[in-house]
Design a protein around this ligand. Structure first.
Ligand SMILES: NC(=O)c1ccc[n+]([C@@H]2O[C@H](COP(=O)([O-])OP(=O)(O)OC[C@H]3O[C@@H](n4cnc5c(N)ncnc54)[C@H](OP(=O)(O)O)[C@@H]3O)[C@@H](O)[C@H]2O)c1
Ligand SMILES: *[C@@H]1O[C@H](CO)[C@@H](O)[C@H](O)[C@H]1NC(C)=O
Length: 282
């Protein structure tokens, strides 16, 4: 890892975003490779939409990225959304969408999260972004996500989807050592949030989705969820959102930890283009 990249990462405070994105020189820009679809294991899991069973879904992280696309997909599937967002501008923008109640607040504050989630029947969190200097060096990746989990427990919101990252917990060895080194702090924080669910919420209906390197590009519709903890690769943000919303209402994702990758995208983290068995959502 060169000094320049390190400084760049430190300066932006967005280690995860950068280290996983194509511009970081770690994982290459998405390209459709020659062996696209050649493996029977590269199954397409179908498209989103349809029969979401939840009426009012709490979303933390809905201001941008994967979370913002999750909001759109929930609305398309017929759910109402309560989005906890920080900025006035985002609050206005989301409130303008029919079916969204935007609540302004900081996910680092437990009571704010609990108040916003009250009345929802499911919760999704894509919170991330690392250490917030305004919060005593605490990480939203742990504290924010943990607040969502705890509030769900207190309020009796039994369905929770936590979006973390490949490299967390049991998927540690999936990340190339050079990537893991850069992301270690943030992955440790996200793993702590995962462990709260895994260890203490054994009665809750949770699902952990660990995406690979995120790319902002149109959905391919070819991404997969997998229980294979060695899976590595890239995935477009819209495809993550699609998988998350479909996992939410799938009957067989209860207490599952699933990596999300797109086998149709070439990734320097998976130069051999090793394929992985897809988890079939029902
Ligand atoms: N970048 C990658 O390659 C990669 C790979 C694997 C996993 N991930 C993880 O996947 C998730 C989605 O990533 P993304 O890049 O699409 O989204 P992102 O840009 O990281 O979005 C993070 C979201 O968290 C919100 N947030 C952060 N701190 C908050 C706080 N204190 N209170 C309320 N909201 C707060 C942000 O709101 P504001 O708009 O107010 O900041 C934003 O909506 C993240 O958890 C990310 O760490 C990323
Ligand atoms: C868990 O959630 C799934 C998806 O909505 C649902 O099919 C299943 O019945 C839920 N399990 C419990 C115990 O609520």
């Amino acid at each position: 890892m060169s000094v320049i990249i390190r400084l760049f990462l430190a300066a932006t405070g967005m280690a995860v975003a950068l280290a996983f994105t194509p511009t970081s020189f770690i994982i290459n820009r998405a390209t459709i490779g020659p062996n696209r679809g050649s493996s029977s294991l590269c199954m397409v899991q179908g498209r989103g939409g349809g029969d979401n069973t939840y009426k009012r879904v709490f979303v933390a992280g809905g201001s941008r990225g994967v979370g913002r696309l999750v909001v759109d997909k929930l609305l398309a599937s017929g759910s109402d959304v309560v989005a906890l967002v920080r900025s006035e501008e985002t609050s206005r923008e989301l409130s303008a969408l029919g079916g969204v109640t935007a609540i302004r607040g900081d996910a680092m504050d437990y009571k704010t999260v609990e108040g916003a989630m009250d009345g929802c029947d499911a919760a999704i969190t894509t919170l991330g972004g690392g250490r917030d200097p305004r919060s005593d060096g605490k990480w939203v990746d742990y504290v924010g996500n943990n607040n969502v989990i705890e509030a769900a427990g207190v309020l009796g919101v039994t369905r929770v989807v936590l979006v973390t990252s490949i490299g967390c917990g049991s998927s540690k060895d999936a990340t190339p050592p050079s990537v893991y080194e850069v992301l270690e702090d943030v992955l440790t924080q996200k793993s702590k949030a995962e462990n709260v669910l895994i260890k203490y919420y054994t009665n809750m209906n949770w699902t952990i989705v660990r995406p690979g390197g995120l790319v902002s590009a149109p959905e391919t519709g070819l991404s997969i969820l997998t229980e294979d903890t060695t899976a590595i690769g890239s995935i477009h943000r819209g495809d993550v959102a699609d998988l998350v919303v479909r996992a939410l209402s799938s009957k067989n994702t209860e207490r599952k930890i699933l990596s999300a990758v797109d086998p149709s995208i070439a990734s320097s983290a998976n130069p051999a283009r090793r394929t992985t068995e897809a988890f079939v959502l029902v």
